[in-house]
Design a protein around this ligand. Structure first.
Ligand code: A3P
Length: 307
């Protein structure tokens, strides 16, 4: 649906499926494109923390870990609001009627410091003020195949996104970067390069699954926080997939009623490494791997597709 038609509607699931436009060649939802100038001019503050990911790489998980660290393991405080409201999603703009309306920009602008902000922007589209203010950034990357499968299911259940078509069609779109937020390959490589020049902690979903304690400790160090073993264990427990799946402030069941249909595929779907094997055919896998090799030939970045 085009932006002009969307403005004054009280959106219903059947009506949505927002179109993709482009910002600097990167596919973005048309509402985001329409306010791009404002996003680009966003004023970051020095104590802002940015959580950046390609969509479906483990953003919500990382957000919960970070919030629990910031709240010193206080579970009640972390349940003060849903993830979407606790951490403004910078470029997300839904000019609909409440309760679907959302403006990450406005939410961020109104929020007192210190703020934690979420983005899926590729590194070259991050508003310059984040670099000027030398903000800390946590980037989380997930292997392409699991990321793709998760993204495919998310498109099925989230009626605010373009129709993914069949998995076969979606794999093609993913490989050519013709999906929302653009090429996964450019995203992970771009941020990987940037980490050498800026204050970026680059994490992997697979590492977090393998050893959450070790990865949470990396985040603690990066945020210059020291917490007791007891609090650390509480954070590990409360940010596990099983607990977060049942947490209405983290599982998106309270957000965007009608837009996300958890009966099609829950937001907290499986939370696994290697689930792609249940979806890719042998032929799809072969083609994907050949293409992957070419696209990732110019980087030292290595992913694990199973544990
Ligand atoms: P799956 O669809 O593979 O289950 P994002 O938050 O970036 O949108 O990523 C969502 C993906 O992260 C989903 O993957 C979701 O299940 C998974 N996820 C969310 N919380 C998690 C947790 N605590 N542990 C492991 N995976 C988690």
């Amino acid at each position: 649906m085009a932006l002009d038609k969307m403005k004054d509607l009280s959106l219903t699931p059947a009506m949505i499926r927002i179109d993709l436009g482009e910002v600097e060649g990167v596919p973005m939802l048309t509402p985001t494109c329409s306010i791009w100038d404002k996003i680009w001019k966003f004023k970051a503050r020095p104590d802002d923390l940015l959580i950046a990911t390609y969509s479906k790489a483990g953003t919500t998980w990382t957000q919960e870990i970070v919030d629990m660290i910031q709240q010193n393991g206080d579970v009640e405080k972390c349940r003060r609001d849903t993830t979407y409201k606790r951490h403004p999603f910078l470029e997300w703009f839904l000019p609909a009627s409440p309760p679907l309306s959302y403006s990450g920009l406005e939410l961020a602008e109104a929020m007192p410091s210190p703020r934690t902000i979420k983005t899926h922007l590729p590194v070259q589209l991050v508003p310059p003020s984040f670099w000027e203010q030398n903000c800390k950034i946590i980037y989380v990357a997930r292997n392409a195949k699991d990321n793709l499968v998760s993204y495919y299911h998310f498109h099925r259940m989230n009626k605010g996104l373009p129709d993914p078509g069949t998995l076969e069609e979606f794999i093609e779109k993913f490989m050519t970067g013709k999906v929302l937020w653009g090429s996964w390959y450019d995203h992970v490589k771009g941020w990987w390069k940037a980490k050498d020049k800026h204050r970026i902690l680059y994490l992997f979903y697979e590492d977090m699954k393998e050893n959450p304690k070790r990865e949470i400790q990396k985040i603690l160090k990066f945020l210059e926080k020291d917490l007791s073993q007891e609090v650390l264990n509480r954070i590990i427990y409360n940010t596990s997939f099983e607990i977060m799946k049942e947490n209405p402030m983290a599982n998106y069941t309270k957000d965007f009623p009608g837009l996300m249909d958890h009966s099609i595929s829950p937001f907290m779907r499986k939370g696994l490494v290697g689930d792609w094997k249940n979806y890719f055919t042998v032929a799809q896998n072969k083609k994907f791997d050949e293409d992957y090799k070419k696209k990732m030939a110019d980087t030292s970045l290595v992913f694990r597709t199973e544990l």
